[in-house]
Design a protein around this ligand. Structure first.
Ligand SMILES: [Zn+2]
Length: 563
């Protein structure tokens, strides 16, 4: 490159950077200046915070406790217009999304009910569309000022107890940490920081997770010399509740040099399941232990990493490695711990051998290629991009209908496909794949597709599976003996399904569709007398149909004296 060209390219680069920073600062300005009021007029005690681990994703809001009760007025945290209304028996349940003038929005979930005008609009849409679940942008203008009541707190959807889930999203719909706003929440407790997880790496660059070691703070721990990955157990609790929450940031130094830093400020729904890659999945899947890794797996796309060292961590034999960890919460409370690691000369054993027998096939799977495992009538296809890292994978077949896809502690980014050869005699049945735990217990049920003598299903979980038939239709009957009519005039049905789960429940009154509010947690479906579809005191014919996930149906019908 000539001198002039070098200067020219420096100028171009400087211009580019300038434009980038300008755009960036404009964007951040547009996202955050909004002021927020508390969405509940009770002391704000949290049972969950932003960024804590949940199932297979980060929690994207805060959970505010509601004293074990439902029915507290939920207030608009800022002025705005309702942009989305969702009703679902699952997930967030009854939810309102309010859009604010700066493009950001706030979300209020697990509500018991909405503001009466919204409630009416929703019921109309449900009757028009003949559906219980809706997810709509309202055609009417529901505009609220900050502090207005928009609904009442509840326990709807997959909520484990009465609370309000409150979320803040920026103009790009990315959830941001609500604790950055000045909400009246007291938090004087620093995070808890536990043992350091030391995971040996073998000569093939594979984690030997079955040989991991826990190092106690302050102690010098003997671990296999050589390359390792590290992580730390850390959680946070806030004042007034014993609930386990997540930490906000983690700083790691190795022998005094910065090694790792992450901050959970903004998340991204499109990659939120990569939490399975950030958490040490083995102890998370087995015992819900919150161990944060200090290494980013190659497939992890989370926007939480501030600093990642390029250096591999190698435990020395003749000296001691010092690991300093500082965990913080949003409110500035912090806790520091130090760990000392000394190398043990015996090298980690390399046990993974590619190969197969009549019952088992072992392979080393790369992230960027397809891996096929095939043995004993079972085919497993691990598509390109399903793994977060290079892994030793295997398929072990116990009998024609039970097998394990390993290792159970490999997190999956995309679903893998499984195809099982079907025994001749069972062609006409409905099949599901069920998970088998360590003690042989079965749970869950993935519905299988049946074609040319094979059963196909997709799963996002490695582990042991058993193919099972679902022959039992849902159980459907009036909740209280005899008649579905209860005191206040509502109709209540009990509905549940043992294997594949209830998928749909619908009812008609004298042949006309009526709305059943389905609550899977309580295993009940309710027609509300206040819908006023019936004439008071009339005798009507009620017909109810419940269907499970494999398509088996149960029916109930009867003449009912309405109140
Ligand atoms: Zn929540």
């Amino acid at each position: 490159m000539t001198k002039w060209r070098a200067i020219y390219s420096t100028i171009i680069r400087a211009l580019f950077t300038g434009v980038f920073f300008l755009t960036f600062s404009l964007q951040t300005q547009a996202q955050t200046p909004l002021e927020l009021l508390a969405p509940l007029d009770i002391p704000l005690i949290l049972s969950g915070n932003f960024g804590e681990f949940r199932g297979s994703h980060f929690h994207t809001g805060i959970d505010i406790k509601t004293q074990g009760k439902e029915g507290f007025p939920v207030l608009a945290a800022a002025s705005g217009k309702v942009e989305r209304i969702k009703v679902s028996p699952w997930g967030y349940g009854n939810t309102l999304y309010i859009k604010h003038s700066d493009g950001s929005s706030t979300v209020y979930a697990h509500l018991q009910r909405f503001d009466p005008q919204i409630q009416d609009w929703v019921r109309n849409r449900q009757y028009k569309g003949r559906v219980f679940s809706i997810d709509l942008t309202p055609t009417a203008d529901f505009v609220f000022a900050a502090g207005d009541t928009i609904g009442w707190s509840g326990n709807s959807g997959s909520s484990g107890g009465p609370h309000l889930h409150f979320e803040v999203r920026d103009a790009q719909q990315h959830p941001v940490n609500p604790l950055h706003w000045d909400l009246p929440i007291t938090d004087n407790r620093p995070p808890e920081v536990g043992k350091l997880k030391v995971i040996p790496i073998d000569v093939n660059g594979l984690e030997k997770r079955e040989m991991d070691v826990d190092a106690k703070a302050g102690d010098t721990t003997l671990v296999k010399a050589g390359e390792v990955h590290l992580g730390v157990w850390s959680i946070d609790r806030l004042d007034g509740a014993s609930n386990v929450c997540g930490v906000y940031s983690i700083d790691v130094k190795v022998d005094g040099e910065e090694y790792f830093r992450c901050t959970i400020d903004t998340l991204d729904f499109s990659v939120n399941k990569d939490m399975n890659a950030h958490v040490y999945y083995s102890t998370w899947k087995k015992g819900r232990k919150s161990v944060h890794r200090f290494n980013k797996l190659p497939g992890d796309r989370l926007p939480i990493y501030d600093f990642l060292s390029d250096n591999k961590l190698v435990i020395p034999v003749d000296s001691i490695m010092k690991v300093d960890v500082v965990c913080k919460d949003v409110h500035g409370n912090s806790r520091a711990k130090s760990y000392f690691l000394k190398g043990d000369l015996t090298p980690p054993k390399y046990v993974c051998k590619e190969g197969e027998s009549s019952q088992i096939v072992n392979k080393i799977a790369e992230t960027n290629s397809v891996t096929e495992l095939r043995v004993g009538g079972v085919d497993v296809n691990i598509p390109k991009g399903s793994l977060y890292d290079k892994e030793h994978v295997y398929l072990e077949v116990y009998d024609s209908l039970e097998f394990a896809i390993g290792s159970w502690d490999v997190p999956l980014k995309k679903a893998i496909s499984v195809s099982v050869k079907l025994p001749q005699d069972y062609r006409q049945e409905n099949w599901v794949a069920r998970s088998v735990d360590d003690k042989g217990g079965v749970s869950g049920a993935i519905v299988c597709k049946q074609q040319v003598g094979r059963l196909d299903f997709k799963t996002k979980n490695m582990g042991r599976y058993k193919m099972d038939r679902d022959t039992i239709p849902p159980r459907l009957l009036p909740k209280h003996s005899g008649t579905p009519v209860v005191k206040n005039g509502d109709l209540i049905f009990h509905v549940e399904d043992a294997v594949s789960g209830v998928e749909k429940i619908e009812a008609t009154m004298d042949g006309e569709w009526i709305l059943l509010r389905w609550n899977p947690k309580k295993k009940e479906a309710i027609y509300k007398a206040s819908d006023s579809v019936h004439e008071k005191g009339s005798k009507v014919k009620i017909e109810v149909v419940a269907r499970d996930a494999v398509g088996l149906e149960s029916k109930w019908s009867g003449y009912v004296q309405m109140k």
